[in-house]
Design a binder for this molecule. Structure first.
Ligand code: ADP
Length: 490
């Protein structure tokens, strides 16, 4: 009698007799009825049990979703709610992987085993970004070492751009299955070669040990996990939308600020020039009748207006950089440094200085004239803020330091400009890049406007690279410049 539940063969009742026996019709009908009643009862019990578990899963699922709705920090929520997640998956171990860190609860494989699993996983996710197995060691042989913890694995990838996963583990549930005869035994063909199947000779009970197998993942558990993942994805999309709107607003206000800087500095130049010219005229034309104190004051006026013009020009240059497009080309290093030296009116070697420019600078892309400005500034600063009897400026290829993981894997070529100058104190490492920031008195080290490094940094940012410095006060400074290896338009 076949026990068919939900169109699936659930089981079979078979009866044997020692001698051929014709089962009367009435008995067969009664057996069939018993079989059907048994199946109905089985289905009802199974459904009742599932319903309870389903309801429990749904309640826990709601708790997680509610928590996710309350806060934008979804990773923190998932970490905080690990025990709920554990219960929800009726699992014995749960792991959240994000930002290269594991957060685990319950019985899970070791961190080393988890790391190896992480390498295997991406290629085994289905198109919904999920991997489900209750016989995991069969698809992933390394799991045989920890099958007692994780014979069942349910893994969900949270985002595609960054590796973030939710993993649930179910332990091995060794089972002894009793069969009415060896299920692997194939029915013998009759000896008279008539292709007729003959009944088994033996129906003695046969036991099978089933190992490395966990309780199968219920479909509602899988659905709940997918639900959590989809909810996180929708949160991320919403955040991305908000960020895009915010960025647009920022771009708009930046453009307004740029326009303001440009107009203000442009329009300020004219009256300033007037003040400067009139002060100069007064000095020239009324020199004879002015008191020494009056001459002194007019001279101060000329000096201050000259300085103010330099500052305004710096501001104007700074705002122009923001409006200027990058003309991408492969950097021709020797041509670039020829221009730098021409503009600075320097040779590679002088009586008290030396420029060492590596001949094998790595390939990079960028805007020639903008990069000339950057290296001009760095080299002239290296000579200017330098009291060594023999000033040495070196330019070479740099390896991206470990302290800058944000720059790794970004296809950047990095260079350094090193000097043996006066150095910069640690507390000024960032501030020297602020506009008009100078660390010394106006007349010291040949003066300056404090705009050069700000412009250099802005240029490099426009190239989507980076410019920063390391320095030992009193010994010298090293400026690092990272530029894209490929054109920014590609
Ligand atoms: P400026 O040279 O016109 O003052 P910069 O923006 O180029 O403006 O530099 C800002 C400040 O940073 C300088 O005034 C100086 O104090 C410091 N500085 C820049 N480069 C170096 C360097 N190579 N060594 C020591 N100090 C430096």
């Amino acid at each position: 009698m076949a026990l068919v539940a939900n169109q699936r063969l659930w089981g079979l009742i078979s009866c044997q007799h020692e001698t051929p026996y014709h089962v009367p019709y009435m008995v067969r009908t009664a057996c069939e009825f018993i079989g059907q009643t048994l199946t109905l009862e089985l289905v009802a019990r199974e459904e009742q049990r599932s319903l309870g578990l389903k309801l429990q899963t749904q309640q826990l699922y709601r708790q997680v979703i509610d928590a996710l709705n309350e806060d934008d920090e979804y990773l923190q929520i998932l970490r905080r709610m690990q025990s709920t997640l554990l219960e929800m998956g009726q699992a014995t171990g749960v792991a959240v992987y994000a930002e290269e860190t594991w957060h685990t609860l319950g019985s899970v494989p070791s961190e080393k085993q988890l790391r190896a699993l992480l390498e295997w996983l991406p290629e085994h996710l289905n198109n919904q970004g999920i991997f489900v197995s209750h016989t995991f060691p069969q698809c992933y042989p390394l799991a045989q070492d920890f099958s007692h913890l994780a014979s069942g694995l349910l893994a969900v990838s949270i985002t595609q751009t960054r590796p973030q996963y939710l993993l649930w583990f179910r332990p091995e549930v060794p089972q002894t299955v009793h069969w009415a005869g060896d299920p692997g035994f194939s029915a013998p063909i009759a000896p008279d070669s008539t292709d007729r199947l003959t009944p088994r000779a033996s129906f003695s009970a046969w036991q099978e040990e089933v190992k490395q197998q966990a309780n199968p993942w219920e479909p509602w558990v899988v659905d709940a996990m997918l639900g959590i993942r989809n909810h996180v994805v929708s949160l991320l999309l919403r955040q991305a939308d908000e960020l895009a709107a915010f960025n647009l607003e920022l771009q708009r206000s930046n453009a307004q600020l740029d326009a303001f800087t440009y107009i203000a500095s442009h329009d300020l130049r004219e009256p300033l020039r007037g003040i400067h010219n009139y002060a100069t005229f007064l000095l020239e034309d009324y020199h004879a009748i002015l008191e020494p104190e009056g001459i002194d004051r007019l001279q101060t006026l000329v000096r201050l207006s000259t300085r103010m013009e330099a500052l305004i020009n710096g501001l104007l240059r700074f705002s122009r950089i923001g409006r200027q497009e990058v003309h991408w080309e492969t950097v021709d290093w020797s041509d670039l440094f020829r221009s730098v030296l021409d503009l600075l009116q320097l040779d590679v070697q002088g009586p008290d200085y030396e420029l060492r420019i590596a001949p094998d600078l790595a390939p990079a892309h960028g805007d020639r004239s903008l990069l000339v400005e950057v290296f001009m500034n760095l080299i002239s600063n290296g000579l200017k803020y330098n009291q060594s009897p023999h000033k040495v400026i070196e330019v070479g290829n740099a390896v991206i330091p470990e302290s800058r993981p944000d720059l790794q894997n970004k296809n950047l070529s990095c260079f350094y400009v090193r000097d043996n100058g006066i150095g910069i104190r640690e507390r000024h490492r960032e501030t020297v890049f602020r506009i008009f920031k100078r660390l010394h008195g106006l007349d010291k080290y040949g003066g300056g406007t404090g705009v050069g490094l700000t412009i250099a940094q802005k240029i490099i940012e426009q190239h989507r690279g980076d410019l920063w410095l390391e320095s030992t006060y009193g010994k010298g400074s090293t400026f690092y410049v990272c530029l894209p290896q490929r054109s920014g338009c590609e």
